[in-house]
Design a binder for this molecule. Structure first.
Ligand code: PRP
Ligand code: HPA
Ligand code: MG
Length: 180
């Protein structure tokens, strides 16, 4: 699969090292708040699994699935909830765990939805931030790495559902998403 990548941006060790740092920061912020960490499926599944092991305070987890890219490399602009949370968030300190903030449309929708449901607080941790992709005004409260304005895959991030299982992250060759 590596032959489909133009370059590797972050290897396994760099990713794990950065997640450890983020975990420590989150543990300081959420000590004694019993936060609810919400994983935004599917892309954030690897990050969520590695992150929560590094947040050494009591917390709970839940999952939501959204889709706006489908099999494309550009957002459709419409965010759909494919799977909702199991339990109410009213009164909870919520941390949205994302793999990437690109246009920002997914996160804006999720943040508004959770605030509307009366969460006590809603903050965002994203492993990757692509500021040049932004279409709406939203920023993660914590992020792991800035990435260039290119389509990246690996470590949960897909193109047409592929490449999620790469343990590293890289830029997908343009010819791969232009051929289909
Ligand atoms: O900032 P945005 O432009 O909204 O892009 C970010 C979102 O897009 C991707 O999800 P996608 O809709 O592809 O679903 P997936 O996680 O199942 O791949 C990614 O995992 C983020 O959730
Ligand atoms: O660069 C990206 N790669 C994969 N999925 C994405 N969803 C938003 N941006 C990206
Ligand atoms: Mg996707």
């Amino acid at each position: 699969m590596q032959k489909d990548l133009e370059s590797i941006l972050f290897d396994e060790e760099q990713i794990q090292q950065r997640i450890q740092e983020l975990g420590k920061q989150l543990a300081v912020e959420y000590n004694e708040k019993n936060p609810l960490f919400i994983c935004v499926l599917k892309g954030a599944v690897l990050f969520m699994a590695d992150l929560i092991k590094r947040v050494d305070v009591p917390l709970e987890i839940d999952f939501m699935a959204t889709s706006s890219y489908g099999d494309a490399s550009k957002s459709s602009g419409v965010v759909r909830i494919l799977k909702d949370l199991d339990r109410p968030v009213e009164g909870r300190h919520v941390v949205i765990v994302e793999d990437i903030v690109d246009s920002g449309l997914t996160l804006r929708y999720l943040r508004e939805t959770l605030l509307h449901r009366k969460a006590a607080s809603v903050k965002i941790v994203s492993l990757f931030d692509k500021p040049e992709g932004r279409q709406v005004d939203i920023e993660p409260d914590w992020f792991g790495f800035r990435v260039p304005n290119a389509f990246i895959v690996g470590y949960g991030l897909d193109y047409a559902e592929r490449y999620r299982n790469l343990p590293y992250v890289g830029i997908l060759k343009a010819e791969i998403y232009q051929e289909s």
